[in-house]
Design a binder for this molecule. Structure first.
Ligand SMILES: O=C(O)C(=O)C[C@H](O)C(=O)CO
Ligand SMILES: [Zn+2]
Length: 279
């Protein structure tokens, strides 16, 4: 079996206040997303999102059903969003071949029976994925940065100048509940999602990458008036329950992938927190 998905249960914000560093890391941090020739990830009970990485090195890796799903095949009742964070990748979806360049995305709909991830001929194949329960079968669609809805936010003066590429969002591709995109920080800027926000309607997961050797990111989580932090490395992911902010500051700039599932498909539905109200 080349797929290993760990179950993680939800946390109550009142309990979260009592967690020590180790418990915060065990419950929210995904330390090792990429394992050679494996699909590795977490099935979180936060909106039942599955978050993980795929790293085919010297043989193709197939998306097999996992026990948590009790399904004949992985996408029997689910949709899948993938973003290539490595070398040019090739993926076979029910017999059709797709090529993804670095930072390109692919939406794969419910009902697809076979997904195969191939080793890259040009370097390391590193594919990040999110999967959510789905009620309808929408077509598989490749989305590049040119197809994305793009917004630039922040400023160098505020150390938060960044470009948000909304890749798998409902203005670009039909999905059931999944939304995914990528935010690139400009050189000299280190803060993402500042001002911070929550959205009770959707949980979120982050995956940090393109962080230069020797650097780290302090990711902030918790209710706005009760925050904690997790020191994160390149190629690590973190879960954000609906009650939690999800913001971060790096010791240099970086890129991250955000993914959400839940009540609505409205990216702009956020409850923004003034920086001076954070505690
Ligand atoms: O830098 C940002 O701001 C973001 O990328 C925010 C995420 O897209 C997000 O949190 C969406 O809800
Ligand atoms: Zn958010």
């Amino acid at each position: 079996m080349s797929i290993a998905i760990e179950t993680r249960y939800s946390s109550h914000p009142e309990d979260f206040k009592k967690y020590q560093t180790t418990e915060i890391r065990e419950k929210f941090l995904l330390e090792q997303i990429f394992v050679p020739n494996q699909i590795t990830g977490v099935y979180t009970m936060e909106d039942r999102l599955i978050v993980g990485g795929i790293n085919p090195v010297d043989r193709p890796v197939t998306l097999e059903p996992v026990d948590q799903l009790k399904a004949e095949y992985f996408l029997e009742r689910r949709e899948l969003g993938i973003i290539n964070v490595g070398a040019p990748a090739s993926i076979t979806v029910d017999g059709e071949d797709f090529s993804l360049s670095h930072k390109e995305a692919l939406y794969i709909g419910k009902g697809v029976r076979e997904v195969i991830f191939h080793p890259s001929k040009e370097g390391e194949a590193l594919i990040y994925f999110n999967s959510a329960p789905a009620h309808a079968a929408y077509p598989t669609k490749k989305v590049s940065q040119d197809d994305a809805e793009v917004v630039t936010l922040g400023s160098l003066e505020n150390s938060n100048h960044r470009t948000i590429y909304k890749l798998l969002v409902n203005s670009v591709v039909q999905t059931c509940q999944l939304q995914m995109g990528m935010t690139e920080l400009k050189p000299g800027s280190v803060w993402n999602t500042m001002p911070a926000h929550t959205h009770d309607r959707r949980m979120e997961a982050y995956f940090y990458f393109d962080l230069a050797e020797g650097n780290t990111i302090s990711h902030y989580l918790g209710q706005p008036d009760e925050t904690r932090h997790i020191w994160m490395k390149n190629h690590q992911a973190v879960l954000s329950p609906v009650w939690s902010i999800h913001s971060g500051a790096g010791t240099s700039n970086y890129t991250f992938i955000w993914g959400m599932a839940g009540e609505n498909l409205d990216y702009g539905d956020m409850d923004v927190v003034a920086p001076t109200d954070l505690k």
